[in-house]
Design a binder for this molecule. Sequence first.
Ligand code: ZN
Length: 324
Amino acid sequence: MEKQKHLDDNISQIDNLVIYIIGLNRSGSTLLDNILSYHEQVMSVGELHNLNGYYCKTGFGRRQNWLCSCNSEVKECSFWSKVIKDTSFSKEFITKLEDTKYYKTDILSSYFIKKNFHKNIQHTQNNLTGETFANNTWALYESVFRHSKKNIIIDSSKEISEAYFINKYKKSNIKFLLIERDIWEVVFSKRKRIANFTTEYKQKLGIKENSIYKDILLSYKKAKQNKVIAKEILTKENADIKVVKYSCLAKAPNEVLNEICDFLKISSINIPQEMGIGSRITHTIHGSPSRYEKKKIKLDERWREYYKKKKIALWWARILQFFI
Ligand SMILES: [Zn+2]
């Protein structure tokens, strides 16, 4: 009893911390999230911004049938049902911002990206959506802290404009990790994944199949925007951001992880030989299905084979990558 009390006192002395991962889909955020979730004080919520979609059973998550990783619907899940009750959650409770317009700029200089971002931020600000979104997200974080009894939350929602508002209206300590992966690898991973979907599923989700050149351009735009906004706007607003390169993380996970723990000011984490959730019961929302696979961390280089007959596309991607 005495020992337990001592332990509880120690835990409560650690300040609450939210770790928000920014990056492109298919950039290795699930790997990063998965590695960090081995810390004893970490609760990984997956992509929290999809909670409303999971609650209403709409949008992303159709493939998982909108189930929490514990295999229950969020309304019935032993964890999320408490959070939902706590926050008076309803279908009007915004957990996501319409992000796509932020990077639909055709002029790709940093100056215009910032100008366009500010214009859109102002619009989101004027109609109070940004502030409402941020307040809702912080209410969810606070409830997650309370019910998980953990001091660190990892949210891998990845969207830069959401990060901007969460930082602007922050209610406790938050740090950002920007994960970067070369765009030809991101595009390879995305196209390989979509190739496995049925036509019916693609229609339901409104997934358009672009040419590889267009996919590369879109990934470039979003990666460039993430970098410019993270470096020149979030940093100016005193946000703590660290860039994590996927290739370094996959090649030397222990080294990179030590750097990340230093940045986050959290105790070090032992990475298991094989990743995967295994028998742990977790309550994550959405995220890559690969989080359930048992596998060793290694650099995925299957893109090399894929681009052997797509040399022009690879060069197109390499040129654009140079300008990020
Ligand atoms: Zn659950």
